[in-house]
Design a protein. Sequence first.
Length: 266
Amino acid sequence: MKPKTHMPKVTLVGAGPGDPELLTLKAVKAIQNASVLLVDDLVHPDVLQHASPTARIIHVGKRGGCQSTPQAFIEKLMAQEALAGENVVRLKGGDPLIFGRAGEEKQHLQALGIEVDVVNGITAGLAAAHGLGVALTHRAHAHGVVLITGHASPERTPTALPAVDWAQLARTAHDCRLTLVIYMGVQTASHLQQGLLQGLPHDTPVAVVENASLPVQRHVSTQLSQLSTVFALEKIASPAIIIVGDVLLGLQKLSAANAPAAALGG
Ligand code: SAH
């Protein structure tokens, strides 16, 4: 018999950056108790080993050639299953509250009288820093961190924010000594490089980490003026995180021993 919840409830669960061992105990418990799981495409398949054999698993990601399931449809499906008494878990890559649309999903479900719980996950930016062996807030170099999207086209809705002013951000990062951690920047690397160069020195250290926390993880380190050249040369693909700032200085020195412009590491 399927476990039923007493009141309609959806749990938005962070599955972490990739490595299934980075799941929290809370995430594992929520996955075990789920009767329906809606799974995003960056969630590692091994995470689903914790699911009950009777659970229904619905993939809603856009990889593997399929179009991304429209957000409105996912929200409708979650609500429908929860109202039918299913214990619904929505599994998302990283942390659901960082570029994970958890905020809007929560609002939508709560408006329908559905209880929403959120389980944190380790966000990709932190896994990327770990992969490089750098401290994002090393106190000799940075006062803080900005997690920012490099996504090109903000939605054209009345409530949508204007596009990021990369030049302005660069000046602020420079003056306030902030490390930039850029998500979804693969397609727009050249555009954001041009903007950032207006406020940061051309030799500002930059690193890109592809597939952070997974066995196929690789990284490249370079300087800001070389970013798009290195992207093309190394055929950097999504998912990748770009880190910009002096916290990478030690890394760049190490890399320079191997190759002048860029260094690739597993
Ligand atoms: N909620 C997620 C982010 C979703 S946005 C989180 O907290 O991590 C998707 C973006 O996250 C990707 O375009 C990429 O920039 C980044 N990302 C996700 N997993 C990654 C990984 N394993 N390695 C590098 N970047 C990753």
